[in-house]
Design a protein around this ligand. Structure first.
Ligand code: GLN
Length: 575
């Protein structure tokens, strides 16, 4: 089958859930046996979101091939199980960089470089994933040959934004060139006015007009609404916007985002897309595993209370962790109730109260000094009180520092990341065991060798999937080997008979191997090791119910049909 292209744009307001709709379309087409990929085009100038503060765009999601991307890629992977790559997350900055680099190289000698056609051509090339010549020249595209039945392209931002105009122009041209092989899905909002007790379609009409003004007639409209829209409403939208009635689909608020694909299927969104393209629709797929998951979700009523100890008081900052906990809860027949605990507010005096009633605690990833002392206090409290604790990346590093300070007796133990900022200020430096600053600093977490000469900030961390050998008999090993649902990524035999797993990373600092023996002797074991670099990837205290820290981010590889083994085992021990 020739590749077909689906473009997903959004109008009226942002945060309508374009990512969820794109992921749902992907899931539905995949259920029909098609090979699908989903990519996101963001209008901002940053090369990637790696250098952005989570308050800007939420979590930074990392692909297996080590690219820092938009959090929507997390939805794509969780819904469809596909493994996205650096080719699935494109920004205006990257488009411009490619064009400007080419200009400097002399590829356009004699020509004036303009938004149209040079920028729009580059956007089109990426939308079509036609990177053939680039693939040879530029290792950025050195990926396996792709032959997709459907390429779904989500464009970030809202129609009418100045910065997304070149993307719209590219879509306009592609629709013209591709004919029926291109379908445009536009997501809008139908607000409910309480005082008038009415749903309003006017913003949708305006949004479609705006799109038409740019030469794009949407084929399908998905209307986000908090109230059910009756047929007359849909008919009105259809006739005002030149869209078939069967192509006006509503996306009501759902109790869970995972209900969206079946809701879209019920309304025939996938069938409408196929009809537009001219592919025979055939039978509606049963989506049995997905529906079984939804049944489990609906039936999970018993609650388990999990604390997220972090510094970003923002739902999206820990998106993949939240979803991984939710998914693992559902598969354990419980509802994971997540409670954010601001680590900046945790003190030794209030920690008991802050963590009161929690059956498990996740110590979240992060960067920099802010809030780390609270994480360390939380890690101490949960260790002493044997509350299941999962430290992820910086969270694992804080567990390691806590253990050094309170068990190994290195009162000023820290991470080299914090060292410059903390030399004078760490509270635990007071007291009898005080190591004076003149002494060697105890960096139980240290800068990785390969990071020592890094000066550029963007894309230079240890990123993407690396091997990790699990120590047999450890809790982590048990979690991975017990998991029936785990993806092939989590299994495999390495040399020496140890089980090798592959997990994604995003960090510059590492466990300092100089202290490894001391840790192990005192009861914190290094149970996951990178076989080539000898980096510690997992620590655990076996005598505790569940006290595990991972240098990698397991949350990036948890999906709806394959919840991550570590989250599964963590939730199991919390219940
Ligand atoms: N700041 C830490 C490091 O760079 C941890 C990073 C993270 O939590 N993703 O090593």
């Amino acid at each position: 089958m020739e590749t077909n292209y689906i473009f997903v744009t959004g109008g009226v307001v942002s945060s309508l859930g374009k990512g969820i709709i794109s992921a749902s379309i992907g899931k539905l087409l995949q259920a029909r046996g098609y090979k699908v990929t989903i990519q996101k085009f963001d209008p901002y100038i940053n090369i990637d979101p790696g250098t952005l503060n989570p308050y800007e765009h939420g979590e930074c999601y990392v692909t297996e091939d080590g690219f820092e991307t938009d959090l929507d890629l997390g939805h794509y992977e969780r819904f469809t199980g596909i493994h996205t790559t650096r080719n699935n997350s494109i920004t205006t900055g990257r488009i411009y960089k490619t064009v400007i680099d080419r200009e400097r190289h002399g590829d356009y000698l004699g020509k004036t470089i303009q938004v149209v056609p040079h920028i729009t051509d580059e956007i089109k090339r990426r939308m079509l994933r036609e990177n053939e010549e680039l693939r040879i020249k530029n290792e950025e595209f050195a990926t396996a040959r792709e032959d997709f039945d459907f390429v779904i392209t989500e464009v970030g931002g809202t129609i009418g934004d100045i910065e997304s105009a070149p993307f719209m122009e590219a879509i306009r041209q592609l629709r013209w060139e591709l004919g029926r092989k291109a379908v445009c899905v536009h997501l809008t909002y139908v607000p409910y006015l309480k005082a008038a007790d009415e749903l309003k379609t006017k913003p949708t009409q305006h949004s479609v007009k705006e799109l038409q003004g740019m030469g794009i007639q949407p084929d399908i409209l998905v209307l986000r609404t908090e109230r059910h829209l009756d047929d007359s409403m849909r008919m009105k939208v259809a006739s005002f916007c030149n869209v078939d009635l069967e192509c006006v689909v509503q996306s009501e608020d759902m109790p869970s985002i995972y209900e969206v694909p079946v809701n879209m299927q019920r309304q025939g969104l996938d069938a409408a897309i196929m009809r537009k393209i001219g592919i025979p629709v055939g039978e509606t797929p049963a989506m049995k595993p997905w529906r079984e998951f939804l049944d489990k979700q609906r039936n999970a009523t018993r609650e388990v209370h999990i604390g997220l100890v972090g510094k970003y008081d923002l739902q999206d900052a820990y998106k993949s962790i939240r979803e991984s906990l939710n998914l693992a809860g559902i598969y354990n027949d419980v509802k994971a109730k997540l409670h954010f605990v601001n680590s900046e507010e945790i003190t030794s005096e209030n920690v008991a109260e802050k963590l009161d009633g929690l059956q498990g605690v996740v110590i979240c990833p992060g960067f920099g000094q802010r809030g780390i002392e609270g994480k360390i206090i939380a890690a101490e409290y949960t260790r002493i009180h044997d509350i299941p604790t999962f430290g992820i990346c910086l969270g694992m590093q804080m567990m390691v520092i806590e253990f050094a300070r309170n068990v190994l007796g290195y009162k000023d133990a820290n991470s080299a990341e914090m060292r410059q900022q903390t030399q004078q200020t760490i509270p635990c430096m007071e007291g009898s065991d005080y190591h004076s600053p003149q002494e060697e600093p105890v960096n139980v977490i240290d800068l990785m060798e390969e990071q020592k000469n890094v000066t550029q900030m963007g894309g230079t961390m240890r990123l993407g999937a690396y091997d990790c050998r699990l120590v047999e008999g450890s809790k982590a090993f048990e979690a991975y080997s017990k998991s029936k649902l785990s993806t092939p990524l989590h299994t495999g035999e390495g040399q020496g008979g140890g089980s090798i797993i592959k997990e994604r990373h995003r960090h510059r600092y590492e466990f300092n191997n100089a202290y490894k023996e001391e840790y192990e002797a005192a009861g914190m074991k290094c149970v996951g090791i990178n076989p080539t670099a000898n980096l510690v990837e997992i620590v655990e205290i076996p005598e505790k119910r569940w006290y595990i820290g991972t240098q990698f981010h397991p949350e990036y590889s948890s999906t709806v049909l394959h919840p991550h083994p570590l989250f599964m085992s963590f939730i199991r021990s919390c219940c």
